[in-house]
Write a protein of this length. Structure first.
Length: 365
């Protein structure tokens, strides 16, 4: 040890305190021992000086050791003092209970005072365990801060995405959409005027141009649907997912798509960010099942209540391909980040040739 320890011995028996001092004197360098006969006196000593470790007798005149232990451990981990419980041979079960409540260790005071041989080692272990506990606590605090920062970043990214896609959708609808509508009206007017005089080749070219205009209008509408999920803002997640699945058979009529919302969800709404994240995760999972896993059956289920939402997308496809499962794939990373942004739990289970299950579980804080 680099410095002399300051130890607090809490015991109403003078002889036992003397035995503890003599045993602890073998520490190198010898410690400074502060003594207390009662729990009240022990709390006073703790407030007066920095104590490195407490040796606490269970039987005190004003309070039992478990109650005093609870008061000592009511602080944050960094401010707690390691406690070694001192007990008689008939109090071992109490000492074990004390360890469950945060004591570092215990020493049984046998009648021959052989326990004093163990005390220096037990104190060293208690101090080392405290250092490990503080290090683990600090790591947990750092991890919590990191997760919080990551969640804030994901939330900001999702907010930016929503704002950007909303603006882009508005521009497509108000500008490109209106331009295509004007082109359609103008082309139809010109075609009507020229229909009587146009030859067969001109009519064929006009027909091709008309088809191209129809394709452009249809593609713009599809982009709008992709950028701004229909019904999500006005009707909510359940109706938006139902519409999303109903649109899929237009392109894939060889896949069984099943949507199974819980009956109690009729009219249920969740926070806008939660609904948006859940919808985009479901859309990504459905797309992966159809485009990459060659699924023939996709089942989407939704359940939850006022403060909870549970989404599950299961398919019978070939599983997540290697290039989709690797770290860094934007589809899976995107789903995880969306879940992180709303502080939800995301899970993905995949088995080759047996399908994939994507789960999202959100609970209000």
């Amino acid at each position: 040890m680099d410095r002399a320890l300051r130890l607090l011995i809490v015991d109403d028996d003078t002889v036992d305190r003397r035995i503890c001092r003599r045993a602890l004197a073998r520490l190198d360098p010898p410690p400074t021992c502060v003594e207390a006969e009662t729990a009240a006196e022990a709390l006073q000593r703790l407030g007066e000086a920095d104590i490195d470790c407490i040796l606490l007798d269970f039987r005190l005149p004003d309070m039992d050791g478990l109650e005093l232990l609870a008061r000592i451990n009511c602080h944050d981990v960094e401010q707690r003092v390691p406690v070694v419980m001192l007990t008689g041979a008939d109090d071992v079960s109490v000492a074990v209970e004390a360890m469950r409540r945060g004591a570092s260790n215990y020493v049984v005071k046998d009648v021959d005072a052989r326990y004093q041989e163990l005390m220096p080692t037990i104190v060293r272990h208690a101090l080392r365990d405290r250092e490990l506990q503080i290090a683990r606590w600090r790591d947990e605090q750092a991890l919590a801060r990191y997760r919080g920062d990551l969640s804030d970043l994901a939330q900001r990214l999702m907010d930016t995405e929503k704002t950007t896609t909303r603006r882009l959708a508005q521009m497509l609808h108000d500008q490109l959409g209106q331009t295509l509508a004007a082109i359609r009206l103008g082309f139809d007017a010109v075609s009507a005027n020229c229909a009587a005089t146009a030859n067969a080749k001109a009519k064929e070219q006009a027909s091709r141009v008309s088809a191209l205009i129809d394709d452009a209008v249809r593609e713009v509408r599809q982009v709008l649907v992709t950028l701004r999920p229909p019904l999500l803002d006005d009707r909510g997640l359940v109706d938006a997912l139902d519409n999303e699945l109903r649109m899929q058979p237009l392109a894939r009529d060889d896949v069984e798509l099943r949507f199974e919302p819980a009956p109690a969800l009729a009219g249920r709404r969740w926070p806008a960010d939660v609904e948006y994240a859940a919808f985009m995760i479901a859309r990504e999972a459905i797309g992966n099942a159809l485009r990459h896993a060659n699924a023939t059956r996709v089942r989407v289920s939704v359940d939850g209540g006022e403060g909870s939402l549970h989404l599950r997308v299961a398919d019978d496809g070939s599983g997540i391909p290697a290039d989709l499962g690797r770290p860094g794939h934007l589809g899976i990373v995107g789903m995880r980040e969306r879940a992180l942004a709303i502080a939800a739990h995301f899970a993905l289970e995949t088995t080759p040739a047996k399908g994939t299950v994507v789960r999202l579980d959100w609970n209000a804080a």
